[in-house]
Design a protein around this ligand. Structure first.
Ligand code: ADP
Ligand code: ASP
Ligand code: MG
Length: 474
């Protein structure tokens, strides 16, 4: 069996040149005898712009919303025209793009009259990004000699009805993926579908949450028991930290599922946190690769990672968090206290990242969101409540910290100039995390990176890529 899932993110399909590179990568796999199933995101930044159009319409700014849609229509039309030269194909593609933008405009006009943006309408609006990008990519692939067939992901990826963060129905996805995709791959065709978008059993459009195209790739990979899931993005792989914060971050050559899951959960945007699960279940290797540098071998995520001399593999940072302090002397030692607190977060469907308790107080961290005042109002019936935004969680991950003494001392010594609000160690054996002010986050990451990746293990990290300083660097 030679099936592989190849998922390409927004930057890998952002313009005609990027789509051309993506086509060459897929053609290369086909030439090697592989049977790819291709999953693509919306073109870079399109999801953000669709959300902006939705927000404008919901505030009654019909003209503003339609102007965003009009710019997106031109961008997609221009991309299609640059890529597809065959006249029958381009006419059909432009008609498709126009028809989709016409219906998007209808939705935006309706929204600007109703003035209420529900999660369901939001999912419908953002779905246009992947619905249109996947169709353009499939047409471009055919033009470039790949026998591509466009598939609507919403006929395959079936979820529950939790709009904006829908839960996949694995048994149905497996059945549909096998029924709809295998007959195509078996005859050498390359299915191309949008990531992120899905539908409930009634056929209503849902989405898997921001960054969810990775998850689609993994779900399809799991459903078809493929030999590898490839996540193609704009960096060389999983790096020792976000290269936007630390330009001398190194590529991690190999990392375990457990480490990658922890990093993704704690903010390493390179991978959606849910991506790992379908792969772990079937022990399918996941590769993170760079569509701008296809020759680079990327990062391989496997069930067992080799021993590493450096304690940590990577540092993740999650920003835009809030910290909530709940102080209740009258609850001292009362059982059931924590469960009452958590019941309130549960009621507001607000996940908690980190918890720390003392005899009389509990501090919790959550994504900053508009529900916080309502949560705080409910909590204040139990205790005194304070909350503060603009916090960041920094998380160091590595299986090789297991059983090592003195790690906390080294970590906190590296950031002794920074005020730490909360610390968590031990909940998972492979991570150490702490909460600081968002404004200190980049500096903390750079200090930790300089400390822990001074002498990286060449078996695990791509040390060759670290450029030696030359006279011209100064
Ligand atoms: P895509 O659109 O391909 O899904 P994303 O923007 O979602 O790409 O993810 C890639 C980005 O993740 C990189 O450009 C990088 O800035 C960021 N990133 C954060 N942490 C890491 C890390 N540890 N390794 C690599 N990239 C990271
Ligand atoms: N287009 C979606 C987003 O921007 C999904 C993805 O790119 O993975 O969140
Ligand atoms: Mg992504």
């Amino acid at each position: 069996m030679n099936l592989v899932v190849m998922k390409f993110g927004g930057t890998s399909v952002e313009d005609p040149a990027a789509i051309g590179r993506t086509a060459a990568i897929v053609a290369g796999r086909v030439a090697l005898g592989k049977q790819p199933v291709v999953v693509v995101s919306a073109m870079a930044k399109v999801t953000d712009q669709l959300l902006r159009a939705a927000a404008a319409a919901a505030q009654g700014d019909r003209v503003g919303a339609l102007a965003i849609s009009s710019r997106l229509r031109s961008r997609h039309r221009d991309t299609a025209v640059a890529l597809v030269k065959n006249s029958a194909d381009i006419d059909e593609l432009i008609a498709f793009v126009d028809q989709k933008f016409d219906s998007l405009d209808e939705v935006l006009r309706g929204l600007s009259a109703i003035l209420e943006l529900t999660p369901r309408i939001s999912d419908l609006i953002v779905s246009y990004g992947e619905r249109i990008s996947s169709r353009i990519v499939a047409a471009a692939f055919r033009e470039l000699g790949i026998d591509a067939v466009h598939m609507d992901a919403r006929d395959i990826v079936i979820t529950d009805s939790q709009f904006q963060k829908a839960i996949p129905q694995n048994a149905l996805i497996e059945k549909r993926a096998q029924e709809k995709l295998l007959p195509l791959t078996a005859v050498g065709k390359v299915p191309v579908m949008g990531g992120f978008i899905a539908s409930n059993e009634a056929g209503i459009t849902t989405t898997l949450g921001r960054g969810g195209s990775d998850f689609t790739g993994a779900l399809i990979g799991g459903a078809l028991s493929v030999e590898a899931i490839e996540i193609w993005t704009d960096v060389d792989g999983i790096m020792t930290t976000d290269p936007r914060i630390c330009p001398d971050a190194l590529r991690v050559k190999v990392i375990s599922f457990e480490e990658a899951a922890e990093l993704a959960y704690f903010g390493a945007k390179v991978l959606h946190p849910a991506t790992i699960l379908p792969a772990v279940k079937k022990n399918i290797p996941v590769l993170v690769l760079n569509s701008r540098n296809a020759a680079c071998e990327g990062t391989r995520i496997t069930s067992l990672a080799p021993h590493c001399k450096s304690p940590f593999k990577s540092i993740a940072v999650k920003k835009k968090l809030s910290i909530i302090d709940v102080v209740a002397s009258r609850m001292l030692m009362t059982h059931g206290y924590l469960s009452e607190i958590f019941a309130i977060f549960d009621k507001h469907q607000c996940p908690v990242d980190m918890v720390s308790t003392s005899e009389v107080s509990v501090s919790l961290t959550v994504d900053s969101n508009e529900k916080l005042p309502a949560i705080a109002a409910d909590l204040s019936k139990l205790a005194d409540v304070k909350y503060e935004g603009k916090k960041a969680l920094v998380c160091l991950v590595g299986e090789d910290i297991r059983g090592k003494n003195g790690m906390a001392a080294q970590v906190f010594s590296a950031i002794r100039h920074i005020n730490v609000r909360m610390i968590s160690q031990g909940a998972s054996e492979i991570n150490m995390s702490f909460m600081i002010d968002e404004d200190d986050a980049d500096e903390a990451v750079r200090s930790l990176h300089a400390t822990f990746f001074k002498d990286p293990d060449p078996a695990i990290f791509d040390v060759e890529a670290r450029k030696p300083l030359t006279a011209s660097s100064f």
